[in-house]
Write a protein that binds this ligand. Structure first.
Ligand SMILES: C[N+](C)(C)CCCC[C@H](N)C(=O)O
Ligand SMILES: O=C(O)CCC(=O)C(=O)O
Length: 360
């Protein structure tokens, strides 16, 4: 039930070549030579009195789209400059834990080296931060390409840059991967890309495209397994702006799990997809690829960093887990400011790094 075609491989100016009515559905041959089958029921559910494609409704720019990004960050662009900490340090003292979390907050990710190559050691590493987020995939996961769940992650296929959990009202904030083994095959490299840095580039290149990805909210879903159809409580945009701090704080970007939106006109769709295609090109240009190794775990911010994987062959075993935003940020703020400072600033919405609340 996930979208498997790459939306952005379809040309922006794609047109209908032919329409053929069949039993309960319509077969459309498109100008880029792909064919679509659309049931009458689906078309009806997604139809509306489309305004003409000519003319475009102006989409109000959010003020923040016009300002330079508030939060200075230095995206890591060279795989050799990746932030790293040591397992024994993180496991033994809070200052090292604080350093690990600060790297993740500042740069979006951080490796942990010298991790014993076992699920058990990996699980307690994640639990140094907080309890593991349970989902319909379970809590701590130890997975291979065996379609335990009907999701592309449980295959050996290529996975384009995406954030996880776009279908949850509250997507997990942290995600850890630890490759336990990969034998009798090749491929399976991982990609990371700094979605905030890519968004800042989009805003500088074309603020109106940035505004599109802030203003339009989409339905997302996870429906692969028969007993599951998970959607967030409200549609959500690609770029979420913080209501108090007026800065981007969360990205939802997952072409597999974005569901078809119905409450917009044809012209709005055309403009949004042009913006999304622009962002997609920037993301591709900023991808960092690396082959994970047993013993080095990767923890990253799933609200900022997109991740993906190249196709692979052979037997590949990966373990890891999610951590909730609120539990991660609680740990980070308490380590950084101490309990008294945090409690003294619970309602402080001051936009400065001296304010614990600013660390979101
Ligand atoms: C649990 N584990 C990480 C192995 C896979 C989860 C699947 C993630 C899903 N495709 C999403 O994008 O949220
Ligand atoms: O298998 C991997 O390396 C990554 C899988 C993935 O992207 C995911 O689980 O969201």
């Amino acid at each position: 039930m996930q979208r498997t075609s790459d939306t952005f491989s379809i040309p922006q100016n794609v047109k209908i070549d032919s329409i053929e009515h069949r039993d309960n559905m319509v077969e459309i041959k498109w100008s880029d030579k792909h064919t679509g089958l659309y049931s009458y029921a689906w078309l009806h559910a997604h139809s509306q009195d489309m305004s003409s494609i000519e003319g475009t409704k102006s989409v109000p720019y959010p003020q923040s789209a016009m300002r330079p990004p508030r939060r200075k960050f230095t995206p890591v662009v060279d795989p050799d400059q990746t932030p790293r900490v040591k397992y024994d340090d993180v496991m033994s003292d809070d200052e090292s834990l604080h350093i690990w979390l600060t790297h993740i907050w500042d740069q979006g990710f951080c490796f942990v080296d010298d991790v014993p190559v076992s699920p058990e050691a990996t699980q307690i590493l994640i639990e140094r931060i907080a309890f593991i987020r349970n989902t319909h995939y379970g809590g701590f996961w130890d997975f291979t390409a065996d379609l335990t769940f009907k999701d592309t992650a449980y295959t050996n296929e290529f996975l384009g840059a995406h954030t996880d959990n776009t279908y949850f009202t509250d997507p997990a904030r942290l995600q850890l991967f630890h490759l336990l083994s990969h034998t009798e095959g090749s491929g399976g490299e991982n990609l990371l890309v700094d979605g905030f840095a890519a968004a800042a580039q989009l805003r500088l290149e074309k603020p109106e495209h940035y505004a599109q990805l802030v203003n339009h909210r989409h339905p997302w879903h996870a429906s692969g397994n028969e007993d599951t159809c998970i959607q967030p409580s409200a549609m959500a945009p690609v770029f979420s702006m913080h209501p108090d701090l007026n800065k981007m704080y969360q990205i939802r970007w997952n072409n597999y799990d974005r569901a078809p939106k119905t409450n917009w006109s044809a012209s709005e769709q055309t403009i949004w997809y042009r913006a999304a295609r622009h962002y997609n090109e920037i993301l591709k240009s900023r991808e960092i690829w690396t082959k994970l190794k047993p013993g080095s775990a990767l923890m990253f911010d799933n609200w900022r960093m997109l991740h993906g994987r190249s196709q692979f062959t052979g037997k590949r075993r990966m373990c890891g887990g999610y951590v909730n935003n609120d539990d991660y940020i609680s740990r980070l703020r308490l380590l950084k400011f101490g309990r008294k400072e945090v409690l003294d600033n619970l309602g402080n919405v001051g936009n400065n790094p001296q304010n614990p609340y600013w660390f979101i």
